[in-house]
Design a protein. Structure first.
Length: 248
């Protein structure tokens, strides 16, 4: 309790799954919280669940101009920022031959370009000290079928974790990453698969996890709280794999 007391935090993609669970944990730990999302229904549901003190910001995580708007809204509401959790993203899984340029660009924009320019836009209001936590993926490390573009975006953002760590540490900004394995979130339901195919894909993924199950969003959120808190003050440019052993 109170590990984030007095800290001002922004969570992108905070209306469902890992983002929403992390918002819950941040509030429990005493943070002031802002979240972003694009779906009006889930934005409203998150606002009702998390309470009126949470700042809810409609924003397209892939749009560069929107990142500047988010930074402006946070500045006006909070005055500054101590914690940023880059969580919004997309898992578009396709065989190589089914990719087109539009789909490729969308994945890159959501998983890499948008996050980069959000960090850039927030730099003037990030405190000293401050913590940036990036949600990457075990798919940056394993050659799983149909994840060519998704894995590439996550490998790129892990590289960003390391390079920004070296560049920003002199400003008191720590950058670290969590890399989840398969987690029980609405992410998989967004793949456009039939219920039968979704069950088949889920069973196939689960069979590759040594622990034999999907992870829970809370298991990621707890790691994010650690990286956001002063408990991790000596942790810089690191990645925490939370994958049930998938990358072994």
């Amino acid at each position: 309790m109170d590990r984030l007391k007095g800290k001002r935090a922004l969570i992108t993609g905070g209306t469902s799954g890992i983002g929403l669970e992390t918002a819950r944990e941040f509030l429990i730990e005493g943070a002031r919280v802002a979240i972003t999302g694009t779906n009006p229904v889930t934005l409203d549901a998150a606002r009702k669940e998390l309470g009126s003190d949470v700042l809810v910001i409609p924003s397209d995580a892939s749009d560069v101009a929107s990142q500047k708007a988010v930074a402006g809204t946070v500045r006006q509401a909070f005055g500054g920022l101590d914690v940023l959790f880059i969580n919004a993203g997309i898992a578009d899984l396709r065989p190589v031959e089914q990719w087109d340029e539009a789909g490729f660009d969308r994945s890159m924009a959501l998983n890499l370009k948008g996050p980069f320019f959000l960090i850039q836009a927030l730099l003037p209001i990030l405190g000293n000290p401050a913590s940036i936590v990036i949600n990457a993926s075990v798919n940056a490390h394993v050659g799983m079928a149909n994840t060519s573009v998704y894995g590439a975006t996550k490998a790129a953002i892990l590289s960003l974790t390391r390079t920004l760590s070296g560049e920003l540490i002199s400003r008191g900004i720590r950058v670290n990453a969590v890399s989840p394995g398969p987690i029980s979130t609405p992410l998989y339901s967004k793949l456009g698969l039939s219920e039968t195919d979704l069950k088949t894909v889920s069973a196939s993924i689960q069979s590759q996890v040594p622990l034999g199950r999907f992870g829970h969003p809370s298991e990621i959120a707890h790691a994010v709280v650690f990286l956001a808190s002063d408990e991790s003050a000596f942790t810089v440019g690191s990645e925490i794999l939370i994958d049930g052993g998938l990358a072994l």
